[in-house]
Design a protein around this ligand. Structure first.
Ligand code: SR1
Ligand code: MG
Length: 403
């Protein structure tokens, strides 16, 4: 008889996670293993399990029934684990080079076993250290074009798209984004967290009705624009990188949403890195590193756009053949959304519940405050001016105007 494990859901320990791998016949019962919980995100347990003799290793990601960052008072569906594993498999089918392999998903345990990428670095940490990833922008632009095109009406056909969308209804996680990205930072919500010295700047945002109306319009797009199966949380902590390889992880927020949301999330987090370089680089290093980060931003959009154009030319679905001439307008609308969502993301990481390491680790309070003020100025400008920012060069110019 094979190994038994307790039925039903219970959070794993470093012992039960090994039994779980044995139960699924991924690991030999007698094997000596090294196990460590390595999760540093806001929501889940992540175990690294390695066979001591063979070196074979696995990542087991398990959802908790609540948001780890807040505690048990914020319950969250375990179904996000299924959504994440299916979104990973979907991405792997489209862009295998940029997505980890999923070995198995167990719904009862809300756990997914996947490829161990622990030799990679989380992009956010690499950028704090001033590392250069020459392939990053090309890889991310390619990932975005393929995942967004091939899950859209235009790449998949509208009937197939609706079929796929059924599996990605994700109300709990969308609810987090609706609150933490599009609502709470824009009023005096309890979840907000910011330094008192920033209050005057924050309150001036809360009192600006024209600005709040533009945020409401972006929130409306997030709520209603089911263009493509999006990752839903594509910040720099959701990418594992080496010099030559890029893997996009953690799509538990995946749902059918606006294509510009993923692009906006990525370029927003690069912008946060740009703003924080003040504190992390010497004067001599700064210029070169900023040039690299601006280059990443430009290249991501350009690769996304050119790849999306060629996928459109070669793979436009039969039911949309009469929409051929709509491409320019579609890309323009995705671009404007990306700029606006980038603004919302920059503001939420400055005022809202969850901040970013590159700013939180700034030790000099004056420098930190200056960076945060710049982030608010930039976020507001991107939201208000998004329809006038018509090229990636103009987006870069908007960033350069605040730094
Ligand atoms: C309660 S979770 C806070 C944030 O962490 C995730 O990475 C998402 O960005 C979410 O908004
Ligand atoms: Mg995450």
């Amino acid at each position: 008889m094979g190994i038994q494990i307790t039925s039903g859901y219970t959070p794993f320990t470093t012992e039960t996670v090994v039994q779980f791998l044995e139960y699924h016949k991924l690991l030999d019962r007698t094997a000596p293993v090294h196990v460590k919980e390595i999760g540093d995100g806001n929501l889940n347990y992540v175990f690294h399990v390695q066979h001591k003799k063979t070196g074979q290793s696995w990542i087991v990601k398990q959802a908790l029934p609540y948001a780890k960052v807040v505690g048990e008072s914020w319950p969250l569906t375990l179904d996000r684990s299924r959504i994440e594993s299916e979104a990973l498999k979907q991405a792997h089918a489209l862009v295998p080079d940029f997505s980890p392999i999923v070995y198995l998903h167990d719904s009862e345990k809300a756990a997914t076993v996947m490829e161990d990428l622990s030799t990679y670095t989380i992009l956010r940490k690499g950028l704090i250290e001033g590392r250069i990833y020459p392939e990053l922008a090309r890889n991310v632009g390619t990932y975005l074009a393929h995942t967004l095109f091939f899950t859209s009406d235009y790449g998949l056909g509208s009937a197939n798209k609706k079929e796929l969308a059924k599996r990605f209804s994700n109300p709990d996680l969308c609810g987090i984004t609706e609150s933490l990205v599009f609502s709470d930072p824009f009023y005096n919500a309890e979840s907000n967290a910011f330094t008192e010295e920033l209050r005057a700047d924050v309150e001036s945002l809360w009192e600006d009705d024209d600005f709040l109306t533009e945020v409401a319009s972006l929130k409306h797009s997030f709520l209603t624009k089911g263009e493509a199966l999006i990752h839903g949380d594509l910040h720099t902590g959701s990418l594992f990188v080496t010099e030559s390889s890029t893997k996009i992880i953690d799509p538990e927020f995946a749902f059918y949403g606006p294509a510009g949301f993923d692009i906006g999330a990525f370029i927003a987090n690069i912008a946060l890195s740009i703003l924080s370089q003040e504190a992390h680089r010497s004067e001599e290093e700064k210029e070169g590193y900023l040039a690299y980060l601006f280059g990443v931003t430009t290249e991501v959009w350009n690769v996304f756009e050119s790849t999306f154009r060629s996928l459109w030319a070669d793979h436009l679905s039969e039911d949309n053949r009469y929409s051929r001439g709509y491409l320019d307008a579609l890309l323009q609308s995705i671009f404007v959304d990306s700029i606006g969502f980038s603004g919302c993301k920059i503001i939420r990481r400055t005022i809202g519940l969850a901040h970013v390491e590159e700013i939180e680790t700034i030790t000099d309070p004056k420098v930190k405050l200056a960076v945060e003020k710049k982030a608010l100025t930039l976020g507001k400008k991107l939201i208000l001016d998004r329809k006038n920012i018509t090229s990636i060069e103009q987006y870069i110019k908007a960033i350069k105007e605040v730094i």
